[in-house]
Design a protein around this ligand. Structure first.
Ligand code: ASP
Length: 338
């Protein structure tokens, strides 16, 4: 994980967002499903807290196949979308602590507690971390007939047309929302935000011309950028993405403060037996070294984390650090879900 670039990005976000005010268990040792030793002896459900076809969904489905093979069972992917990913996360927090309900979530796990007053779960208390998965760059993309040709032109355009330009996101606390906040803070313009239950449907509307622009992970936008179905302005990381070599970074395009990348991790409910958490983590680590997964991630502008980062311990430490970082950023910015 690129800790230093992440910290730099967080610092920029703090400074930029603060400049404007936008309102925008105890252990259950496996229930009746049998012992940790026999785990898994039935299908596992992976909950994706955003819509099907979006970036979180894509990463989940990519991993589900090799993990299922390794665990010797089926993995069923279920989308429980809404409220910036908090509905799906809440469902997993309340699930049996038996390892059969697993959550794939992203950076939103660390932003939600500061944004939502009645979240209904606490990331560190109500979940066991299984391991980090990947860190994905975002892109700034627009409908293909949107007038601005470059990021600088986009800035001038939104300044001149703030009342009419629409910005899509996947709900409060979603990565697209955070990136959109950053964009608005950098430009000093408050835009009309259009929330979706995931950036899968948001991208469909962008391609269809129903919304003007948005930020989204390369795991969702790469195909549409390469096919010319959307207009791409920049990638939000310090370096260019190998699979999109012509796309400038936000710094190259004149907006260095727009930097954010999206880390993902797997979770099970608190109290899940450690042997089960370890079995899942081992399967995750193996899946992340699968050549098919590596190749597919590379095509989508990302890469698996190291085996060391795909452990429960590294994931917990990262979540802990990110919760503190985002609590401060969000408190300074005065942003709330409602
Ligand atoms: N990319 C979305 C976000 O803004 C989430 C998703 O649809 O996977 O966080």
């Amino acid at each position: 994980m690129r800790t230093t670039s992440r910290h730099r990005a967080a610092a920029r976000i703090t400074a930029a967002i603060a400049a404007m005010s936008l309102v925008s268990a105890c252990a259950d040792t496996g229930g009746d499903s049998g012992s940790a030793e026999n785990y898994p002896d039935r299908n596992i459900t992976f909950i994706v807290p955003f819509s099907a076809g979006g970036p979180t969904d894509t990463v989940t489905r990519l991993l589900a196949e090799p993990m299922a093979k390794d665990l010797g069972t089926k993995i069923v992917v279920q989308n429980v979308e809404g409220a910036g990913g908090t509905l799906g996360a809440g469902e997993v927090a309340r699930a049996e602590s038996d390892g059969y309900t697993v959550l794939m979530h992203h950076i939103g796990m660390s932003t939600a507690p500061a944004l939502y007053q009645n979240l209904g779960y606490a990331p560190l208390e109500d979940f066991e971390t299984v391991g980090l998965v990947t860190e994905v760059p975002m892109t700034v993309v627009a409908r293909k007939d949107f007038a601005p040709a470059t990021l600088q032109e986009l800035v001038s355009h939104v300044k001149a047309n703030a009342g009419t330009v629409t910005l899509a996101n996947a709900g409060i606390g979603a990565a697209s929302h955070l990136c959109g906040l950053l964009f608005q803070a950098a430009t000093g313009v408050q835009l009309q935000e259009v929330p979706y239950q995931g950036t899968g449907p948001a991208l469909t509307d962008l391609v269809g011309g129903q919304v003007d622009f948005m930020c989204d992970q390369t795991t969702n936008t790469s195909g549409q950028i390469s096919a010319g179905q959307v207009k791409a302005y920049a990638v939000t990381t310090p370096e260019r993405v190998q699979s999109l070599p012509d796309l400038p970074t936000t710094a190259e395009a004149g907006m260095p403060e727009l930097q954010v990348s999206v880390w993902h991790g797997l979770y099970v409910p608190a109290g899940t037996p450690q042997e089960i958490v370890q079995k899942l983590s081992d399967a995750l680590q193996k899946a992340l070294t699968d050549q098919g997964v590596i190749d597919q991630m590379a095509k989508l502008g990302t890469a698996p984390v190291t085996a060391q980062d795909a452990t429960p311990q590294a994931h917990r430490a990262h979540l802990d650090e990110q919760l503190k970082t985002w609590a401060k950023i969000i408190a300074d910015a005065g942003v709330k879900a409602s």
